[in-house]
Design a protein around this ligand. Sequence first.
Ligand code: ATP
Length: 476
Amino acid sequence: MIILETEKLEYSYPDGTKAIDDVSIQIPAGEKVSFVGKNGSGKSTLFLLLNGTLKPKKGKVLLGGKEISYSSSGLLDLRKRVGIVFQNSDDQIIAPTVYQDIAFGPVNLNYKKEEIDRIVSKMLDYFGLQSLKDKPPHHLSGGQKKRVAIAGVLAMDPDVIILDEPLSNLDPVGADEILDILNELNHSGKTIIISTHDVDLAYKWSDRVFLMSGGKLIDEGSPKEVFSNEAQVRNASLKNPVILDFYHELEKRWLATGGQQPKDIPELVQLLHKIDLMRVSVGPNTRVGECVNLGVLYGDYSKDGLYEAVNSRVLCKNDDGTAVVELNRRVLNPGNICVYNMDSFDKNEYEQIVAEYKINFIGAMGKKSKERAEEEGIPVVCNSGVIDKSILNALTGNRCLILTSQGMVEHTSKRIRDYIKKSGIRLSFHPIGKSAAEIDENAKKREENPEKLSVEENKLKVSTYDHGIEDEETRG
Ligand SMILES: Nc1ncnc2c1ncn2[C@@H]1O[C@H](COP(=O)(O)OP(=O)(O)OP(=O)(O)O)[C@@H](O)[C@H]1O
Protein backbone atom coordinates (compact mmCIF):
# COMPACT_ATOMS: atom_id res chain seq x y z
CA MET A 1 0.00 0.00 0.00
CA ILE A 2 1.29 3.46 -0.92
CA ILE A 3 0.98 5.74 2.10
CA LEU A 4 2.48 8.97 0.81
CA GLU A 5 2.93 10.15 -2.77
CA THR A 6 3.52 13.22 -4.86
CA GLU A 7 2.54 13.94 -8.43
CA LYS A 8 4.61 16.33 -10.52
CA LEU A 9 5.35 18.47 -7.49
CA GLU A 10 6.91 21.92 -7.98
CA TYR A 11 7.90 24.54 -5.45
CA SER A 12 9.74 27.87 -5.75
CA TYR A 13 10.62 30.11 -2.80
CA PRO A 14 9.43 33.75 -2.91
CA ASP A 15 12.91 34.86 -4.08
CA GLY A 16 12.44 32.72 -7.20
CA THR A 17 14.67 29.74 -6.19
CA LYS A 18 13.13 26.63 -7.73
CA ALA A 19 13.71 24.13 -4.91
CA ILE A 20 11.48 21.27 -6.13
CA ASP A 21 11.07 20.52 -9.81
CA ASP A 22 8.61 17.96 -11.17
CA VAL A 23 8.99 15.40 -8.36
CA SER A 24 6.76 12.32 -8.41
CA ILE A 25 7.38 9.72 -5.70
CA GLN A 26 5.52 6.87 -4.09
CA ILE A 27 6.34 5.70 -0.57
CA PRO A 28 5.03 2.29 0.47
CA ALA A 29 3.68 2.01 4.02
CA GLY A 30 5.98 0.41 6.57
CA GLU A 31 9.24 1.05 4.70
CA LYS A 32 12.48 2.70 5.76
CA VAL A 33 13.16 5.34 3.14
CA SER A 34 16.14 7.64 2.58
CA PHE A 35 16.29 10.78 0.50
CA VAL A 36 19.92 11.26 -0.44
CA GLY A 37 21.37 14.38 -2.02
CA LYS A 38 24.03 17.02 -1.53
CA ASN A 39 23.34 20.33 0.29
CA GLY A 40 20.66 22.34 -1.42
CA SER A 41 19.29 19.44 -3.49
CA GLY A 42 15.77 20.05 -2.14
CA LYS A 43 15.35 17.39 0.56
CA SER A 44 14.17 19.72 3.35
CA THR A 45 11.82 21.58 1.02
CA LEU A 46 10.30 18.30 -0.12
CA PHE A 47 9.78 17.23 3.50
CA LEU A 48 8.02 20.53 4.30
CA LEU A 49 5.74 19.89 1.31
CA LEU A 50 5.04 16.34 2.48
CA ASN A 51 3.65 17.53 5.81
CA GLY A 52 1.82 20.54 4.43
CA THR A 53 4.09 23.21 5.96
CA LEU A 54 4.66 24.45 2.39
CA LYS A 55 2.02 24.43 -0.32
CA PRO A 56 3.16 23.38 -3.81
CA LYS A 57 3.00 25.83 -6.72
CA LYS A 58 2.07 22.91 -8.97
CA GLY A 59 1.32 19.21 -8.47
CA LYS A 60 -0.17 17.29 -5.57
CA VAL A 61 0.69 15.54 -2.32
CA LEU A 62 -1.47 12.51 -1.52
CA LEU A 63 -1.77 10.71 1.81
CA GLY A 64 -3.31 7.22 1.68
CA GLY A 65 -4.38 7.94 -1.94
CA LYS A 66 -6.23 11.20 -1.07
CA GLU A 67 -5.00 14.65 -1.99
CA ILE A 68 -4.16 16.57 1.16
CA SER A 69 -6.30 19.53 2.16
CA TYR A 70 -4.67 22.81 3.20
CA SER A 71 -7.65 23.88 5.36
CA SER A 72 -6.76 24.22 9.05
CA SER A 73 -8.61 20.99 9.97
CA GLY A 74 -7.02 19.21 6.97
CA LEU A 75 -3.55 20.31 8.05
CA LEU A 76 -4.17 19.29 11.68
CA ASP A 77 -5.21 15.85 10.49
CA LEU A 78 -2.19 15.62 8.16
CA ARG A 79 0.26 16.56 10.91
CA LYS A 80 -1.25 14.00 13.22
CA ARG A 81 -0.54 11.33 10.61
CA VAL A 82 2.73 12.65 9.18
CA GLY A 83 5.14 13.91 11.85
CA ILE A 84 8.32 15.78 11.00
CA VAL A 85 11.52 16.05 13.04
CA PHE A 86 13.62 19.02 11.91
CA GLN A 87 17.36 18.86 11.34
CA ASN A 88 18.02 21.44 14.03
CA SER A 89 16.21 20.41 17.22
CA ASP A 90 16.23 24.04 18.44
CA ASP A 91 13.80 24.89 15.60
CA GLN A 92 11.39 22.31 16.97
CA ILE A 93 11.70 22.46 20.73
CA ILE A 94 9.80 25.49 21.95
CA ALA A 95 8.24 24.77 25.36
CA PRO A 96 9.88 25.74 28.68
CA THR A 97 10.28 22.12 29.88
CA VAL A 98 10.88 18.75 28.28
CA TYR A 99 7.50 17.56 29.62
CA GLN A 100 5.61 20.48 28.09
CA ASP A 101 7.39 20.10 24.81
CA ILE A 102 6.41 16.45 24.43
CA ALA A 103 2.87 17.34 25.51
CA PHE A 104 2.59 20.08 22.87
CA GLY A 105 1.04 17.89 20.12
CA PRO A 106 -1.49 16.07 22.33
CA VAL A 107 -2.51 19.41 23.93
CA ASN A 108 -3.16 20.84 20.44
CA LEU A 109 -5.19 17.77 19.60
CA ASN A 110 -7.35 18.57 22.64
CA TYR A 111 -6.71 15.31 24.46
CA LYS A 112 -7.85 15.09 28.10
CA LYS A 113 -5.31 15.90 30.82
CA GLU A 114 -5.03 12.26 32.08
CA GLU A 115 -4.53 11.03 28.52
CA ILE A 116 -1.82 13.64 27.91
CA ASP A 117 -0.06 12.64 31.17
CA ARG A 118 -0.22 8.98 30.19
CA ILE A 119 1.17 9.58 26.70
CA VAL A 120 3.96 11.91 27.86
CA SER A 121 4.96 9.58 30.65
CA LYS A 122 5.18 6.69 28.16
CA MET A 123 7.34 8.80 25.84
CA LEU A 124 9.61 9.90 28.73
CA ASP A 125 10.10 6.25 29.69
CA TYR A 126 10.69 5.02 26.18
CA PHE A 127 13.20 7.75 25.32
CA GLY A 128 14.96 7.56 28.73
CA LEU A 129 14.04 11.18 29.52
CA GLN A 130 12.19 10.79 32.86
CA SER A 131 14.96 12.41 34.89
CA LEU A 132 15.04 15.40 32.51
CA LYS A 133 11.31 16.06 32.35
CA ASP A 134 11.40 19.39 34.21
CA LYS A 135 14.56 20.70 32.54
CA PRO A 136 14.47 23.49 29.97
CA PRO A 137 15.15 21.75 26.62
CA HIS A 138 17.83 24.28 25.63
CA HIS A 139 19.98 22.98 28.51
CA LEU A 140 20.09 19.48 27.01
CA SER A 141 22.81 17.87 24.89
CA GLY A 142 22.33 17.48 21.12
CA GLY A 143 21.43 13.78 21.44
CA GLN A 144 18.95 14.45 24.28
CA LYS A 145 17.32 17.27 22.28
CA LYS A 146 16.96 14.96 19.31
CA ARG A 147 15.20 12.39 21.52
CA VAL A 148 12.85 15.09 22.88
CA ALA A 149 12.05 16.19 19.31
CA ILE A 150 11.28 12.61 18.19
CA ALA A 151 9.27 11.98 21.38
CA GLY A 152 7.20 15.12 20.68
CA VAL A 153 6.36 13.82 17.21
CA LEU A 154 5.70 10.26 18.35
CA ALA A 155 3.35 11.56 21.06
CA MET A 156 0.85 12.21 18.26
CA ASP A 157 1.19 8.59 17.09
CA PRO A 158 1.74 9.42 13.40
CA ASP A 159 1.78 6.68 10.72
CA VAL A 160 4.73 8.35 9.00
CA ILE A 161 7.73 9.93 10.72
CA ILE A 162 9.94 12.18 8.60
CA LEU A 163 13.36 13.10 9.97
CA ASP A 164 15.59 15.67 8.32
CA GLU A 165 19.23 14.59 8.80
CA PRO A 166 18.43 12.75 12.06
CA LEU A 167 22.05 11.82 12.84
CA SER A 168 23.77 15.12 12.09
CA ASN A 169 25.82 16.43 15.04
CA LEU A 170 25.41 13.21 17.05
CA ASP A 171 28.37 11.19 18.32
CA PRO A 172 28.60 7.60 16.99
CA VAL A 173 26.90 6.02 20.04
CA GLY A 174 24.18 8.72 20.09
CA ALA A 175 23.63 8.14 16.37
CA ASP A 176 23.35 4.38 16.93
CA GLU A 177 20.78 4.98 19.68
CA ILE A 178 18.63 7.08 17.35
CA LEU A 179 18.95 4.42 14.64
CA ASP A 180 17.88 1.73 17.11
CA ILE A 181 14.81 3.82 17.95
CA LEU A 182 13.99 4.34 14.26
CA ASN A 183 14.32 0.59 13.61
CA GLU A 184 12.04 -0.22 16.55
CA LEU A 185 9.44 2.28 15.38
CA ASN A 186 9.62 0.83 11.89
CA HIS A 187 9.12 -2.67 13.30
CA SER A 188 6.04 -1.43 15.07
CA GLY A 189 4.61 -0.53 11.64
CA LYS A 190 5.61 3.12 11.23
CA THR A 191 6.91 4.38 7.89
CA ILE A 192 10.24 6.13 8.51
CA ILE A 193 11.61 8.67 6.05
CA ILE A 194 14.98 10.34 6.52
CA SER A 195 17.18 12.70 4.56
CA THR A 196 20.93 12.28 4.62
CA HIS A 197 24.18 12.94 2.77
CA ASP A 198 25.59 9.85 4.43
CA VAL A 199 25.63 7.32 1.61
CA ASP A 200 26.93 4.57 3.92
CA LEU A 201 23.90 4.99 6.15
CA ALA A 202 21.43 5.16 3.25
CA TYR A 203 22.97 2.07 1.62
CA LYS A 204 22.96 -0.05 4.76
CA TRP A 205 19.80 1.12 6.52
CA SER A 206 17.14 1.81 3.89
CA ASP A 207 14.60 -0.35 2.12
CA ARG A 208 14.30 2.30 -0.59
CA VAL A 209 16.47 5.21 -1.67
CA PHE A 210 15.48 8.37 -3.57
CA LEU A 211 18.41 10.27 -5.09
CA MET A 212 17.91 14.04 -5.41
CA SER A 213 19.88 16.67 -7.29
CA GLY A 214 19.01 20.28 -8.11
CA GLY A 215 15.43 19.88 -6.85
CA LYS A 216 14.82 16.88 -9.11
CA LEU A 217 14.50 13.21 -8.41
CA ILE A 218 17.27 11.57 -10.43
CA ASP A 219 17.05 7.95 -9.34
CA GLU A 220 15.12 5.66 -7.03
CA GLY A 221 15.04 2.01 -6.06
CA SER A 222 16.52 -0.42 -3.56
CA PRO A 223 19.87 0.75 -2.13
CA LYS A 224 21.62 -1.90 -4.23
CA GLU A 225 19.94 -0.64 -7.41
CA VAL A 226 20.61 3.03 -6.76
CA PHE A 227 24.24 2.58 -5.65
CA SER A 228 25.08 0.22 -8.50
CA ASN A 229 24.78 3.22 -10.83
CA GLU A 230 28.08 4.89 -9.94
CA ALA A 231 27.80 7.56 -12.65
CA GLN A 232 24.41 8.63 -11.36
CA VAL A 233 25.73 8.82 -7.77
CA ARG A 234 28.65 10.98 -8.99
CA ASN A 235 26.17 13.14 -10.94
CA ALA A 236 24.44 13.88 -7.65
CA SER A 237 27.89 14.97 -6.27
CA LEU A 238 27.92 12.08 -3.82
CA LYS A 239 30.36 9.24 -3.24
CA ASN A 240 29.89 5.51 -3.37
CA PRO A 241 29.36 3.70 -0.04
CA VAL A 242 32.81 2.87 1.41
CA ILE A 243 31.98 -0.83 1.67
CA LEU A 244 31.35 -0.99 -2.10
CA ASP A 245 34.61 0.86 -2.90
CA PHE A 246 36.50 -1.53 -0.66
CA TYR A 247 34.78 -4.55 -2.19
CA HIS A 248 35.58 -3.35 -5.75
CA GLU A 249 39.27 -3.12 -4.83
CA LEU A 250 39.20 -6.69 -3.47
CA GLU A 251 37.28 -7.84 -6.55
CA LYS A 252 39.88 -6.28 -8.91
CA ARG A 253 42.62 -8.19 -7.09
CA TRP A 254 40.74 -11.49 -7.33
CA LEU A 255 40.41 -11.58 -3.58
CA ALA A 256 36.61 -11.70 -3.59
CA THR A 257 33.84 -13.21 -5.68
CA GLY A 258 32.95 -10.65 -8.36
CA GLY A 259 29.68 -9.00 -9.40
CA GLN A 260 28.11 -8.76 -5.94
CA GLN A 261 27.04 -5.87 -3.71
CA PRO A 262 27.80 -6.64 -0.06
CA LYS A 263 25.67 -4.52 2.23
CA ASP A 264 27.67 -4.87 5.43
CA ILE A 265 30.90 -6.36 6.76
CA PRO A 266 29.49 -9.89 7.35
CA GLU A 267 28.26 -9.97 3.74
CA LEU A 268 31.65 -8.78 2.51
CA VAL A 269 33.47 -11.40 4.56
CA GLN A 270 31.29 -14.05 2.95
CA LEU A 271 32.58 -13.08 -0.50
CA LEU A 272 36.31 -13.38 0.28
CA HIS A 273 38.12 -15.98 -1.80
CA LYS A 274 39.73 -19.07 -0.46
CA ILE A 275 43.45 -18.60 -0.73
CA ASP A 276 46.38 -20.65 0.32
CA LEU A 277 49.03 -18.03 -0.17
CA MET A 278 48.75 -14.74 1.59
CA ARG A 279 50.75 -11.54 1.66
CA VAL A 280 51.01 -10.29 5.23
CA SER A 281 53.01 -7.80 7.26
CA VAL A 282 55.74 -9.42 9.33
CA GLY A 283 58.18 -8.16 11.92
CA PRO A 284 61.67 -7.03 10.87
CA ASN A 285 63.28 -10.13 12.35
CA THR A 286 61.08 -12.69 10.59
CA ARG A 287 63.10 -14.80 8.15
CA VAL A 288 62.16 -16.86 5.10
CA GLY A 289 61.41 -20.45 6.16
CA GLU A 290 60.17 -19.43 9.61
CA CYS A 291 56.56 -19.91 10.67
CA VAL A 292 54.04 -17.25 11.73
CA ASN A 293 50.60 -17.50 13.32
CA LEU A 294 47.94 -15.40 11.59
CA GLY A 295 44.86 -15.98 13.72
CA VAL A 296 41.37 -16.99 12.67
CA LEU A 297 40.39 -16.76 9.01
CA TYR A 298 36.91 -16.99 7.61
CA GLY A 299 34.87 -15.95 4.62
CA ASP A 300 34.07 -17.73 1.36
CA TYR A 301 36.68 -20.39 2.17
CA SER A 302 35.20 -21.17 5.54
CA LYS A 303 31.92 -22.60 4.28
CA ASP A 304 33.06 -26.04 5.32
CA GLY A 305 34.31 -24.76 8.68
CA LEU A 306 36.35 -21.97 10.18
CA TYR A 307 40.09 -22.32 10.47
CA GLU A 308 42.98 -20.79 12.24
CA ALA A 309 46.18 -20.21 10.32
CA VAL A 310 48.98 -21.47 12.54
CA ASN A 311 52.61 -22.22 11.75
CA SER A 312 52.25 -20.67 8.32
CA ARG A 313 55.61 -20.80 6.55
CA VAL A 314 57.14 -17.59 5.18
CA LEU A 315 57.95 -18.28 1.51
CA CYS A 316 59.48 -14.94 0.62
CA LYS A 317 60.04 -11.61 2.25
CA ASN A 318 59.73 -8.22 0.55
CA ASP A 319 61.62 -4.98 1.19
CA ASP A 320 58.43 -3.27 2.32
CA GLY A 321 58.09 -5.47 5.42
CA THR A 322 55.56 -7.87 3.90
CA ALA A 323 55.96 -11.57 3.26
CA VAL A 324 54.13 -14.24 1.29
CA VAL A 325 53.14 -17.08 3.59
CA GLU A 326 51.73 -20.52 2.93
CA LEU A 327 48.63 -21.07 5.01
CA ASN A 328 48.58 -23.98 7.39
CA ARG A 329 45.00 -24.58 8.50
CA ARG A 330 43.65 -25.76 11.81
CA VAL A 331 39.89 -26.22 11.65
CA LEU A 332 37.84 -24.42 14.32
CA ASN A 333 34.22 -24.72 15.29
CA PRO A 334 32.17 -21.59 14.82
CA GLY A 335 30.55 -20.18 17.94
CA ASN A 336 26.93 -19.39 18.54
CA ILE A 337 24.56 -16.45 18.90
CA CYS A 338 21.66 -16.21 21.32
CA VAL A 339 19.01 -13.49 21.25
CA TYR A 340 17.23 -12.60 24.50
CA ASN A 341 14.13 -10.44 24.91
CA MET A 342 14.92 -7.95 27.69
CA ASP A 343 11.26 -6.89 27.95
CA SER A 344 10.61 -10.18 29.74
CA PHE A 345 13.89 -10.22 31.67
CA ASP A 346 14.09 -12.82 34.40
CA LYS A 347 17.34 -12.95 36.37
CA ASN A 348 17.26 -16.72 36.94
CA GLU A 349 16.50 -17.47 33.32
CA TYR A 350 19.23 -15.05 32.21
CA GLU A 351 21.86 -16.59 34.50
CA GLN A 352 20.96 -20.09 33.35
CA ILE A 353 21.35 -19.04 29.73
CA VAL A 354 24.74 -17.45 30.29
CA ALA A 355 25.96 -20.61 32.04
CA GLU A 356 24.35 -23.11 29.64
CA TYR A 357 25.60 -21.40 26.46
CA LYS A 358 28.95 -20.43 28.04
CA ILE A 359 28.37 -16.84 26.85
CA ASN A 360 31.57 -14.79 26.54
CA PHE A 361 30.40 -11.83 24.42
CA ILE A 362 27.33 -9.74 25.31
CA GLY A 363 25.85 -6.95 23.18
CA ALA A 364 22.83 -4.77 23.96
CA MET A 365 20.60 -3.10 21.38
CA GLY A 366 18.10 -0.32 21.98
CA LYS A 367 18.00 2.29 24.73
CA LYS A 368 15.71 0.36 27.04
CA SER A 369 17.68 -2.89 26.81
CA LYS A 370 20.94 -1.06 27.45
CA GLU A 371 19.49 0.65 30.52
CA ARG A 372 18.03 -2.58 31.88
CA ALA A 373 21.32 -4.38 31.32
CA GLU A 374 23.12 -1.63 33.22
CA GLU A 375 20.60 -1.80 36.09
CA GLU A 376 21.10 -5.57 36.31
CA GLY A 377 24.89 -5.21 36.23
CA ILE A 378 25.21 -7.24 33.02
CA PRO A 379 28.73 -6.90 31.55
CA VAL A 380 27.81 -5.60 28.10
CA VAL A 381 30.88 -5.27 25.87
CA CYS A 382 29.21 -3.98 22.73
CA ASN A 383 26.38 -1.49 22.34
CA SER A 384 26.60 -0.38 18.72
CA GLY A 385 26.57 -2.38 15.49
CA VAL A 386 25.63 -5.29 17.74
CA ILE A 387 24.28 -7.74 15.14
CA ASP A 388 27.29 -7.47 12.81
CA LYS A 389 29.76 -7.63 15.68
CA SER A 390 28.05 -10.71 17.14
CA ILE A 391 28.17 -12.48 13.77
CA LEU A 392 31.85 -11.63 13.39
CA ASN A 393 32.57 -12.77 16.94
CA ALA A 394 30.66 -16.02 16.49
CA LEU A 395 32.67 -16.64 13.33
CA THR A 396 35.81 -16.58 15.46
CA GLY A 397 34.40 -19.16 17.84
CA ASN A 398 32.87 -16.87 20.46
CA ARG A 399 29.51 -17.47 22.15
CA CYS A 400 27.46 -14.33 21.85
CA LEU A 401 24.32 -13.05 23.53
CA ILE A 402 22.29 -10.18 22.03
CA LEU A 403 20.00 -8.42 24.50
CA THR A 404 17.21 -6.55 22.80
CA SER A 405 13.62 -5.46 23.18
CA GLN A 406 10.62 -7.52 22.10
CA GLY A 407 10.03 -5.33 19.03
CA MET A 408 13.55 -6.07 17.74
CA VAL A 409 13.72 -9.84 18.32
CA GLU A 410 12.19 -10.63 14.95
CA HIS A 411 14.45 -8.23 13.05
CA THR A 412 17.58 -9.52 14.83
CA SER A 413 16.66 -13.18 14.31
CA LYS A 414 15.92 -12.60 10.63
CA ARG A 415 19.28 -10.87 10.02
CA ILE A 416 21.16 -13.74 11.67
CA ARG A 417 19.15 -16.52 9.99
CA ASP A 418 19.61 -14.78 6.60
CA TYR A 419 23.35 -14.66 7.18
CA ILE A 420 23.48 -18.34 8.11
CA LYS A 421 21.38 -19.28 5.07
CA LYS A 422 23.40 -17.21 2.60
CA SER A 423 26.82 -18.11 3.97
CA GLY A 424 26.12 -21.77 4.64
CA ILE A 425 28.31 -21.47 7.76
CA ARG A 426 27.01 -23.67 10.52
CA LEU A 427 26.78 -20.99 13.18
CA SER A 428 24.29 -22.04 15.77
CA PHE A 429 21.57 -19.56 16.56
CA HIS A 430 19.06 -19.58 19.42
CA PRO A 431 16.33 -17.07 20.13
CA ILE A 432 16.23 -17.95 23.83
CA GLY A 433 13.77 -17.35 26.61
CA LYS A 434 10.15 -18.24 25.97
CA SER A 435 9.08 -14.99 24.30
CA ALA A 436 12.05 -14.68 21.92
CA ALA A 437 11.53 -18.26 20.72
CA GLU A 438 7.84 -17.61 20.07
CA ILE A 439 8.45 -14.39 18.14
CA ASP A 440 11.08 -16.11 16.01
CA GLU A 441 8.77 -19.06 15.34
CA ASN A 442 6.02 -16.71 14.08
CA ALA A 443 8.48 -14.79 11.94
CA LYS A 444 9.72 -18.04 10.35
CA LYS A 445 6.14 -19.05 9.55
CA ARG A 446 5.47 -15.68 7.96
CA GLU A 447 8.60 -15.94 5.84
CA GLU A 448 7.80 -19.46 4.65
CA ASN A 449 4.21 -18.61 3.85
CA PRO A 450 3.75 -14.88 3.41
CA GLU A 451 0.35 -15.10 1.63
CA LYS A 452 -1.19 -17.09 4.42
CA LEU A 453 -0.27 -14.54 7.03
CA SER A 454 -3.27 -14.31 9.25
CA VAL A 455 -4.78 -11.10 10.51
CA GLU A 456 -4.05 -12.28 14.05
CA GLU A 457 -0.37 -12.73 13.32
CA ASN A 458 -0.22 -9.33 11.66
CA LYS A 459 -1.75 -7.82 14.75
CA LEU A 460 0.74 -9.69 16.90
CA LYS A 461 3.57 -8.23 14.85
CA VAL A 462 2.34 -4.70 15.36
CA SER A 463 1.57 -5.27 19.01
CA THR A 464 5.18 -6.24 19.65
CA TYR A 465 5.82 -2.49 19.75
CA ASP A 466 4.81 -1.84 23.31
CA HIS A 467 6.02 1.72 23.59
CA GLY A 468 3.63 3.34 21.14
CA ILE A 469 0.53 5.14 22.30
CA GLU A 470 -2.89 3.57 22.24
CA ASP A 471 -5.32 3.26 19.37
CA GLU A 472 -7.61 6.05 18.20
CA GLU A 473 -10.58 4.70 20.21
CA THR A 474 -8.83 4.80 23.58
CA ARG A 475 -8.15 8.52 23.35
CA GLY A 476 -10.14 11.11 25.24
N1 ATP B 1 13.57 30.05 2.70
C1 ATP B 1 14.21 29.96 1.53
N2 ATP B 1 14.20 30.96 0.65
C2 ATP B 1 14.84 30.87 -0.54
N3 ATP B 1 15.52 29.77 -0.94
C3 ATP B 1 15.54 28.73 -0.11
C4 ATP B 1 14.90 28.75 1.17
N4 ATP B 1 15.10 27.57 1.78
C5 ATP B 1 15.83 26.83 0.92
N5 ATP B 1 16.09 27.51 -0.22
C6 ATP B 1 16.82 27.04 -1.41
O1 ATP B 1 16.14 25.92 -1.93
C7 ATP B 1 17.06 24.95 -2.40
C8 ATP B 1 16.78 23.62 -1.71
O2 ATP B 1 17.10 23.77 -0.33
P1 ATP B 1 16.79 22.62 0.74
O3 ATP B 1 17.05 23.21 2.08
O4 ATP B 1 15.47 22.06 0.46
O5 ATP B 1 17.92 21.56 0.35
P2 ATP B 1 18.48 20.30 1.21
O6 ATP B 1 18.71 19.22 0.23
O7 ATP B 1 17.59 20.03 2.34
O8 ATP B 1 19.85 20.89 1.73
P3 ATP B 1 20.70 20.47 3.09
O9 ATP B 1 21.21 19.08 2.86
O10 ATP B 1 21.79 21.50 3.10
O11 ATP B 1 19.76 20.59 4.26
C9 ATP B 1 18.46 25.51 -2.16
O12 ATP B 1 18.90 26.13 -3.36
C10 ATP B 1 18.22 26.56 -1.08
O13 ATP B 1 19.15 27.61 -1.19
